[in-house]
Write a protein that binds this ligand. Structure first.
Ligand code: SF4
Length: 184
């Protein structure tokens, strides 16, 4: 059993209902990335899979972008942030990704937390490069993640890279447990 298992859990395993944590599906090994690959994160699985029910969600597949698919990135356009094709900016998936984020947030899906894939135009949490139009960029949320955190500001969320830090992971899991207990 890995060292990280059960960090931050307030209840013994036998006493607890498995709380659900949403996870960007590629991190769980699902082959949903634009190139048909995945980004399986074994450390995440080692830490979370026995104590929680992990719910895979891939917004880009959910909105029908398919696998494989042309990669998209985020650009600023006036006051807006849009998700457009890297090779052809006429491909604009801003609306479906935003609407899907709203749909998942409103439905809730019984989730008590979310682990987001780093740097993704859909799933990134504070880590996604956003092109400014003058050759520079800044970092922000992917369009799906942005809706989740806006509509569910109390939901514990974390970036997959930050999750590797033991103290921050323990804090996240404590928040997940607290959120889940309030929702039962
Ligand atoms: S949209 Fe999210 S879940 Fe899907 S491949 Fe990209 S990062 Fe992974």
């Amino acid at each position: 059993m890995p060292d990280c298992f059960c960090e931050g859990m307030g209840l013994g395993l036998r006493d607890r209902v498995l709380l659900k944590i949403g996870v960007s599906a590629c991190l769980l090994g699902e082959q949903v990335r634009y190139d048909g690959g995945h980004k399986r994160n074994q450390a995440l699985l080692d830490c979370l899979s026995e104590g929680y029910e992990l719910v895979p969600i891939c917004p880009e597949v959910a909105v029908g972008m398919g696998v494989p698919r042309p990669p998209v990135h985020l650009i600023t356009q006036g006051a807006e942030i849009r998700a457009v094709g890297v090779a052809d900016e006429r491909l604009d998936v801003t609306l479906p990704l935003t609407a899907y984020g709203q749909q998942v947030a409103v439905a809730g899906l019984g989730l008590s937390g979310f682990v987001f894939k780093s740097r993704s135009p859909s799933c990134g949490f504070g880590t996604t490069p956003i092109q400014n139009g003058d050759g520079s960029h800044h970092y922000g949320n992917g369009l799906f993640a942005a809706q989740i955190v806006q509509i569910l500001p109390e939901l514990p969320v974390i970036d997959e890279v930050v999750l590797q830090q033991p103290v921050l992971r323990a804090l996240f899991l404590r928040r997940v447990d607290g959120y889940g207990q309030r929702s039962l």
